[in-house]
Design a protein around this ligand. Structure first.
Ligand SMILES: Cc1cc2nc3c(=O)[nH]c(=O)nc-3n(C[C@H](O)[C@H](O)[C@H](O)COP(=O)(O)OP(=O)(O)OC[C@H]3O[C@@H](n4cnc5c(N)ncnc54)[C@H](O)[C@@H]3O)c2cc1C
Length: 441
């Protein structure tokens, strides 16, 4: 029986009824998974735990650029059928279902077009409703998206918009994503189709609201580099020369950190985990947040799509200044990352100047924030994307080691919600249940 959001909500408030005492617990990483696990342990009456976080602040891939009041990492709340959505609603946090109100714009060879206008074209409509197109494909679905796109016979512009949408949604290049894998993940998705934005506060404010009382339990700038579980106690070694003792450890670092051997294990990780680490991948994702003195785009604009280095810009930010966020993932993000910040900014302003003319973007430019997640220390990537057999590998990654070392974090999500904030929370719920002897949920 799958766990329902209301079951998680109940445990979030009242805690689990522990079946075993985990002893001293060390949680590695204070992103959504680590913070949620700490909260759940505390709610369950367990007091002996601490969090070690490599960075100077918490949040991991939830990061607000404070100056621009805009999100450098996670931004949307995906779906209304999750415990995370329920928690936000319980706290009275205002969520805006922006898709209802906004109009998307597309830069076409024939000029700037709205989604309403383009929807009259069957090829465009079909590219947007690709789930339907996939479901109704009579024969075996073709393996790659490139093959699928070819089969649909989309022209260059529709193919380019479609590519941007898929790459941004899954944080990978179209060439890295196969139709059946994406379809499988889509079928496992139970969060609901609606997407929401926080209406009156940033994600940073939200973390403060939810987890403020955990701050004394977190040691910041503590980079874990070795976990030694050869003896009855587990020894956690940090880069500043400290050794901490634990009875149980929960590892919530991004999967990239395990792949890149940032943390050594003694004894070494078993072959099933090593195999899993070869298959679960984070793609490159980059955001360029642009603040302007004056808006030069239509008031109702949601996203602007164009066939360029950054394929999507959307209106963003809660600050007083008009703000656009450029979003790019996959091979184009890798290319932009190689170009670097100065060139990337120049390219973005030039592209926006071309769309709206009169050098408006360059003239009204005020400030920017460059969030290149593939280069971010302790993260080194965006979010894990579906590949062949990914679910099996995610299960292997999630499997506890020696009954004492547990794993959580978005990449360990085995039921379709990997790569999301609510998914990271759900993995914390499963891990804490196992740590408290309740068993595999
Ligand atoms: C650009 C971008 C946009 C996104 N947009 C959305 C969105 O709109 N909606 C959504 O639901 N999700 C979104 N996501 C995904 C979401 O942010 C993540 O799935 C989620 O935040 C992951 O949480 P986590 O706890 O698993 O990992 P993380 O947030 O990565 O936390 C892991 C923590 O471990 C720490 N760490 C790493 N190594 C060590 C070490 N050696 N020692 C100690 N600590 C260590 C890291 O510093 C980090 O704080 C987005 C992600 C990105 C990058």
């Amino acid at each position: 029986m799958p766990i329902t959001p209301s079951q998680i909500l109940q445990v979030w408030q009242k805690g689990f009824v522990p079946m075993a005492a985990p002893g001293r617990v060390i949680i590695i990483g204070a992103g959504m998974a680590g913070l949620s696990a700490a909260h759940l342990l505390r709610q369950s009456g367990h007091k002996d735990f601490l969090l070690l976080e490599a960075r100077a602040d918490w949040g991991g891939r939830i990061q607000t650029w404070s100056e621009g009041q805009a999100e450098a990492g996670a931004e949307e709340v995906h779906g209304a059928n999750t415990a995370w959505f329920g928690l936000l609603k319980q706290k009275g946090i205002l969520l805006n279902s922006y898709e209802d109100e906004a109009e998307n714009y597309y830069v076409c060879p024939s000029g700037l077009k709205t989604e309403t206008q383009l929807n009259r074209r069957p090829d465009f409509r079909q590219s947007l409703d690709y789930w339907e197109a996939l479901r109704t494909t009579p024969a075996q679905p073709p393996l790659s998206w490139a093959q699928w796109l070819k089969k649909q016979g989309f022209g260059q512009e529709v193919a380019a918009f479609f590519t941007t949408k898929i790459e941004n949604a899954y944080g990978a290049s179209l060439s890295q994503l196969n139709v059946p894998d994406v379809l499988r993940m889509g079928q496992a998705w139970s969060a609901g189709e609606e997407n929401f934005l926080l209406e009156d506060r940033t994600y940073a404010a939200l973390l403060e609201q939810f987890f403020n009382s955990l701050r004394p339990r977190i040691q910041f700038q503590k980079i874990v580099h070795k976990i030694d579980y050869q003896q009855a106690k587990i020894f956690v070694h940090t880069q500043d020369g400290q050794t901490l003792e634990a009875d149980q450890v929960l590892v919530t670092v991004p999967v990239s950190q395990l792949q890149n051997d940032r943390i050594a294990f003694a004894p070494a990780l078993p072959p099933s985990k090593k195999q899993a680490l070869l298959h679960i991948r984070l793609g490159p994702v980059l955001k360029l947040i642009l603040v302007f003195e004056q808006a030069f785009w239509p008031e109702e604009m949601g996203s602007l799509y164009l066939d360029d280095a950054i394929g999507e810009y959307y209106t963003s930010g809660l600050g007083p200044w008009p703000t656009l966020t450029g979003y790019v993932a996959g091979s184009r993000a890798a290319q932009l990352s190689a170009e670097g910040e100065a060139k990337g900014l120049a390219m973005a302003l030039q592209a926006l100047d071309q769309v709206w003319g009169e050098k408006k973007a360059s003239r009204f430019y005020k400030a920017h924030y460059w969030a290149d997640w593939s280069k971010e220390p302790f993260i080194e990537g965006g979010y894990s994307f579906p590949g062949p057999q990914t679910e099996r590998h995610r299960k292997a990654l999630r499997e506890p080691l020696d009954g004492r070392i547990f794993f959580a974090g978005e990449a360990t999500h085995t039921r379709g919600h990997a790569g999301t904030v609510h998914g990271a929370l759900e993995t914390a719920y499963w891990a804490v249940a196992e740590m408290l002897g309740i068993g595999l949920l």
